[in-house]
Design a protein around this ligand. Sequence first.
Ligand code: ZN
Length: 300
Amino acid sequence: MKRFISSLFTILFLLLFFYVAYGSDINNYYQSNKKDNQKKVILNDKDEFKIYFFDVGEADCILIKNNSEYVLIDSGNNEDGLKLVKYFKDLGITKFKYVIGTHLHEDHIGGMDYIINNFDIDHYYMPDVSSDYLTFTEVIDALNNKNISWEVPKIDDTFIVGDAKFRIIWISKDEEDLNDTSIVVKLDFKNTSYLFTGDATKNVELRILDKDLKSDVLKVSHHGSSDASSAQFLKQVNPEYAVISVGKDNDYHHPHGITLNKLESIGTIVYRTDKQGTIILTSDGENIYIDTANTDTNGN
Ligand SMILES: [Zn+2]
């Protein structure tokens, strides 16, 4: 019996020893191997910070929400317009504090006339560029009908929505490539940061390298084309996550393998609207949680 009790104590002692020595490390191992984006960020609706990168095919549409105020960057293609209006109304949106049409291409302002016709807009931003594209004249007519003035921000202008601070990193009116007139915006929300690039190419990237570009999340420029996302630029942004807004089986073969390889080489986790649908990001200002959803927002 004595022998049995002594063996029992030995076993208990060994178990205790292993728990103290390794148990907490095992816990830490699993904790540290959980990616940050797996931490669910729970906020009450009033303080909620959310970014939606909508599935609008080969186009861009990004909605930012904080403290029940909204910012819209681009509006998908023309055929996405009505679907986006429905989605936004279902979210309870009646007004956008800021709407940014990054540049005049149809895949960025195609749905904008529907947005202008259906919602109040405090500020409407676009580069100082005109064109005779039908999609552009539709936007101008809609703005005029609603008496909304078209504002042209300047580089380094800032504006605030809730606790989110926006800074204009780039805008231009005089570029060979219309993509390079794109309004590029950086958003800081507490300790997290986001960079929205429109379709700006390497020409612009090289000219903004002196800006504070470091961001946790990058909206990859020009649908992942190889004419953007230079190694120098990506190194400076050094994003933890990247979102590519891109159409399934698109004619441009976006995103380009070169861009995907570059993002992979710097350890960035990539989300794609063609594969994962709408990408929905939530943050409490420290942690970033990313979810995906099938939304009826792609008019193709
Ligand atoms: Zn585009």
